[in-house]
Design a protein around this ligand. Sequence first.
Ligand code: PEP
Length: 247
Amino acid sequence: MRRKLAAGNWKMNGLKAELDQIDALTERHADSPIDLLICPPATLIAAAVSRVANDAMMIGGQDCHSEVSGAFTGDISAAMLADAGAGAVILGHSERRELHQESDELIRAKAVMAHQSGLITVVCVGESLAQREAASTLDIIAAQLAASVPDGATGENMVIAYEPIWAIGTGKVPTLNQIGEVHDFIRARLEQRFGTAAGQSIRLLYGGSVKPDNAAGIFTVPNVDGALVGGASLTAADFSPIIEALK
Ligand code: PEP
């Protein structure tokens, strides 16, 4: 059985004061039957880790470099994230793919490095609106999965997030049938490549405008094992009902 996962991506939001939201979430969801992950900005990772007691929540990064160390001003290595107490890292978010021109190959190299540091990778895939309208969604997803997910992916080290770019931060959400079609497709591809056991054990998250009022519906879709949430993960008031819907 795959354990459900509610993951929050704070993006470039959050100062020390916002760590109170993590306190509120861990208090409200102590002994949760599902896994919780918050990925705050890198500046808050160590402080966030120190606020979480009893493994109530995992703290993660939002990106890491593909090299171990070196002259990469401003970048953060996977080992640094792990050293700060992170247990996971988001890779290949569409904002990184678009704004930082990250290729599938680079994302794959980052994932290899993250796995070497013992981090769980949350690899994001998703189509643009133009690609969906051109009926090439599944081709795009297949190509992204093939090139950005490294060999050796298992349910222990890999999570895939399906995030249609046109749904991120827009309030637009695919129909449940559209979400189901892509998640079933991803599951089949993972089983084909990694074998039934590993392919079945990798968790698949839906991401893109998940809110308290639409989460329960999205979580009824087969092969949706949780959500990667942006805006609605910033406050405990918004994220909490999403977590409840997943329980
Ligand atoms: C995201 O950025 O991963 C995301 C899903 O954002 P939002 O929930 O705000 O659409």
